[in-house]
Design a binder for this molecule. Structure first.
Ligand SMILES: Nc1ncnc2c1ncn2[C@@H]1O[C@H](COP(=O)(O)OP(=O)(O)OP(=O)(O)O)[C@@H](O)[C@H]1O
Ligand SMILES: [Mg+2]
Length: 427
């Protein structure tokens, strides 16, 4: 439905919605965009298909899936009555990233969750208009493949940002790819800081007004770290809450796909849970862990969450700050508990980390000559080639069965036995 065929002489816009509040919002948004509000009619998907079967389909079409019991199958009927080039925005009540992903894969341009606000509709219509004017990257001649990677720390401070920045830097320097590094730690992000750059306010502006995100916006809002690496980040004032429905992030990723070869997202756990749609187009999710009990527990929980909420994304577990003989749990125990092999291990390398901080470099650059550099290069190479495979014994099952396999008591007892008994304080 989103081919680049020009819409020709047909109506620029039509919308069908099942209820009055949605129709009111649609009419207001349409009017503000210069579309005829009377083109907003009351109908469910079946009614919309009937109307469209007797008239040419409009260039931009809004449909309402909220009364569909099986939206993905029912939407097939729409394809038969829509001409190529129609940009379809679907509305619905089901908040499920899998449905979102499947709808996008079936050619739907956007999916908005009801109830919809006028501003949301205006943004979606603005983007639809842009999509009509600009063919998508996949439709351009010689379109390059884009790879998006998210890096998530299983616990705070495990080194997720360090790894995200290093990978982004390596993709640019070693693999000669153009890279967007999106730091979604809106208040406390360190991507820009670690490379000795100003964070700018690009991300804050994008969140405040997703409708303005386009190629030109990115050029102005992103901070250039090197010839091929650009960063979008913020250092939002503490105390300023984040008000977003996640549309800004999806729109940013869409623009990155047009403008860069790769996207690396530094994705805090809280953002992952609040905005799962960020992972819709992500190929690899790097779970950065430490060999600790807490990190093992949360790796299990995150693997399980990813399995049900982002089944298309491949999780890759990376153990960081590994120090021989001084981990809470051994690598074999960790792997047994998460039922998956650790994909890569990065050693604790305080010397390189200090050099990185001192010179405003990524750990990959500062530790280039050390083993750390070699490990990071190997991780980047396997991700860039897309050769990363889901290591280990297969798909994780449910959180409860995984948790059951982690023998917490035994691990804790061993841990306590390893701690020397404290001597009584001298009186
Ligand atoms: N392999 C390593 N060896 C030594 N130090 C490391 C290593 N990896 C990361 N660090 C250091 O650990 C600290 C925390 O790293 P980083 O900020 O990347 O963690 P994070 O998981 O992003 O934290 P947050 O939860 O705050 O987002 C930094 O000072 C970094 O230099
Ligand atoms: Mg971080």
């Amino acid at each position: 439905m989103t081919s680049s065929t020009q819409p020709g002489s047909r109506d620029p816009f039509a919308a069908f919605a099942c209820d009055d509040p949605t129709l009111d919002a649609l009419r207001a948004a349409a009017g503000a965009m210069g579309f005829a509000p009377e083109k907003c009619l009351r109908a469910d998907l079946r009614g919309a298909v009937q109307s469209l079967s007797v008239a040419p389909s409009p260039a931009i079409l809004v449909i309402d899936l909220s009364e569909c019991s099986d939206p993905l199958n029912e939407i097939v009927a729409l394809e038969e009555v829509c001409e190529p080039g129609t940009v379809v925005i679907a509305l619905g009540r089901v908040n499920d990233v899998r449905l979102y992903r499947q709808l996008i894969a079936s050619g739907i341009h956007d999916y908005l969750l009801k109830p919809v606000a006028v501003t949301q509709l205006s943004e979606a219509l603005t983007q639809a208009r842009t999509a009509l004017a600009v063919p998508r990257a996949s439709e351009q001649d010689g379109a390059r493949e884009h790879t998006a990677i998210a890096v998530v720390g299983t616990r705070g401070g495990v080194g997720a940002s360090t790894l995200a920045t290093s990978l982004a830097w390596l993709f640019g320097e070693e693999h000669k790819r153009t890279v967007a590094l999106l730091d979604l730690d809106v208040h406390f992000g360190t991507a820009a800081l670690s490379l000795d750059l100003e964070p700018g306010r690009g991300l804050i502006d994008a969140i405040a007004d997703p409708g303005r995100i386009d190629g030109l916006f990115l050029e102005r809002a992103m901070t250039r770290a090197s010839e091929r690496l650009a960063i979008l980040s913020a250092e939002a004032p503490i105390g300023t809450g984040l008000t977003s429905d996640g549309e800004a992030f999806v729109q940013l990723e869409r623009e990155f796909r047009q403008a860069f070869d790769m996207t690396v997202i530094d994705l805090p756990r809280s953002m992952l849970m609040n905005f799962p749609q960020v992972l819709a187009e992500v190929k690899f999710v790097i779970l950065v862990a430490e060999l600790t009990l807490a990190s093992a527990r949360d790796t299990i929980r995150l693997l399980s969450w990813l399995h049900s909420h982002a089944p298309e994304a491949q999780p890759v577990v990376v153990a960081n700050k590994v120090a021989a003989g001084s981990s809470e749990i051994g690598q074999a125990e960790f792997e047994a508990s998460i039922e998956q092999k650790i994909g890569h291990s990065i050693f604790l390398d305080t010397k390189s980390a200090i050099a990185a901080a001192k010179f405003g470099q990524s750990l990959a650059e500062a530790g280039n000559a050390a083993k750390t550099g070699a490990t990071l290069r190997a991780i980047a190479a396997s991700l860039a080639s897309g050769a990363q495979h889901k290591a280990g014994s297969g798909e994780p099952t449910t959180a409860s069965s995984l948790l059951a396999r982690l023998d917490w008591k035994a691990l804790l007892n061993r841990k306590q036995a390893a701690v020397p008994a404290r001597s009584a304080p001298a009186s």
